[in-house]
Design a protein around this ligand. Structure first.
Ligand SMILES: *Cc1c(COP(=O)(O)O)cnc(C)c1O
Length: 458
């Protein structure tokens, strides 16, 4: 059976078609930082898959019925029912986005001297652990270090390493085990059910809460049905439910698999813990039945959560990501393997061997994608993760120099991805022409969002 995309565009947004000259000007104006580029100068925006998807006609229709009353609105109950169809926790607390969920839950679970163990803490997640004076330790499985290994579950947490920490001198300081599904900071790789079961048993033995950071719970569930023996016949919904059952609670940004521009929730079994979170939410986000979200958004989320576990939608998303990854490799740009769903990761270090890490090859490729094709992407390399000295010279590079092409949900079609591959092909023909960069201005915190850079002569 040939593949059929399970949706069509119902409303369209024109995209700007720019000249190379205009893009060079815009890059200059933006201090050669993609985050500073005005979106109306971007043709294909692959900066993030967060909050950037298209909503469905049913999401729009439900949003029209929003109940915006302050407390106990109908929209909240529809939202809660939708979440509970997937997430079997007694308490579901909406908040405005994932990082708010992290802030609230971690404040209740962690404090100075505590440790959070994870397969990989996402950047805001790490920030929310560290601002409490706690430490965020990443313990990914060893296979995660091999970008080229075509293994099914490179997002797994290293269960042995977790066990060793818990049994060692720091064991009593561990306040939570946080498993990110899929592992965003680790290339969007999925976590297996076997791994979740093993870590769940370890967490129970040691009396430490196991929390899922479940921003891409549906994509993880889909990859389990495709890759894990024993789950071939399971529905993505059944897998997602089982994953949540194995944990004691979850934080989830719904800007990803909620198919909405905003929203998140905290889900918990423990009533005491939920009470403490609720007080914080009322003080900082909004009353417990809206948590800073409009009824409009709660309805959009309730419907988005009904749609996101559709196997046809998930199969399509996997296929589109694989298509772009295959085309990238065909034209000579290696990607992290295997490709997941929410984006593909280009190996810029390998494509641009003439650039040292201190000339930021990932950033160079991201700038080249914009200059040559009006494509916006995010660097995940030394500009973001490396360590700089006082003169903004790189002293410790990141382990890899990657560029993420994130795929907004239901937005770009095959022809857009073909265009991206064509631009990549043009760059890969003469990679030595891509200039390196130096940092001209770097703020102390959240550098990659705010720095300015300049191209250097190679
Ligand atoms: C996006 C994301 C977050 C933060 O969520 P926001 O809604 O952007 O605040 C946390 N963890 C993971 C894994 C994410 O992908």
């Amino acid at each position: 059976m040939p593949h059929l995309r399970p949706f069509v565009a119902a409303v369209v947004r024109p995209i700007p078609i720019t000249t190379r000259e205009q893009r060079i000007q815009e890059l200059d104006r933006a201090g050669h930082n993609p985050f500073n580029i005005q979106a109306d100068r971007v043709s294909i925006d692959l900066l993030s898959d967060s909050g950037t998807g298209a909503v469905s006609v049913d999401q729009q229709a439900w949003a029209q019925r929003a109940d915006e009353r302050y407390a106990g609105a109908e929209s909240y109950y529809r939202f809660r029912e939708s979440v509970r169809d997937i997430v079997p926790y007694r308490h579901v607390l909406p908040v405005h986005q994932g990082r708010a969920a992290e802030r609230v839950l971690f404040t209740a679970l962690l404090g100075p001297g505590k440790i959070s163990l994870s397969n990989t803490h996402f950047d805001t997640t790490r920030a929310n652990v560290e601002r409490l004076g706690a430490a965020a330790w990443d313990l990914p499985c060893p296979e995660a270090q091999d970008l080229d290994a075509d293994l099914p579950f490179k997002g797994n947490i290293d269960v042995e390493a977790v066990r060793n920490v818990l049994a060692g001198p720091d064991g009593h300081r561990v306040g939570q085990i946080l498993v990110t599904i899929t592992n965003n900071g680790g290339g969007g790789q999925p976590v297996s059910m076997a791994n979740l079961e093993a870590i769940s048993a370890v967490a129970r033995t040691h009396g430490v809460p196991l929390i899922l950071d479940a921003a891409r719970f549906a994509e993880n569930a889909w990859l389990v049905t495709q890759r894990e023996p024993g789950y071939e016949q399971w529905s993505p919904r059944a897998v997602a439910r089982r994953a949540f059952e194995l944990a004691d609670g979850a934080v989830a940004s719904l800007k990803k698999d909620g198919l909405s521009p905003e929203g998140a929730f905290i889900g918990l079994h423990d009533t005491d813990l939920a009470d403490r979170c609720e007080v914080d939410i009322i003080a900082t986000e909004g009353f417990r039945t809206y948590g800073g979200l409009t009824g409009h958004t709660l309805e959009q989320l309730a419907q988005g959560l009904r749609e996101v576990l559709d196997p046809h939608y998930l199969a399509d998303r996997e296929r589109e990501a694989a298509f772009l990854a295959d085309r990238a490799r065909e034209v000579g740009v290696d990607t992290v393997r295997p490709s997941g769903l929410h984006g593909i990761y280009l190996n810029a270090g390998r494509l641009l061997p003439h650039l040292q890490p201190r000339h930021f090859p990932g950033h160079s490729l991201a700038c080249a994608l914009y200059r040559e094709g009006g494509i916006r992407a995010a660097e995940l390399g030394s500009l973001y993760l490396g360590e700089l000295d006082a003169n903004n010279e790189l002293v410790t590079p990141a382990p890899f120099e990657l560029v993420r092409l994130a795929l907004p949900r239901r937005v770009y079609d095959h022809s857009h991805l073909e265009y991206v591959a064509d631009i990549l092909a043009g760059i890969a023909k003469n990679p030595e022409r891509v200039p390196g960069y130096r940092i001209s201005h770097a703020p102390q915190v959240l550098r990659h969002f705010r720095c300015r850079t300049e191209p250097i002569a190679v």
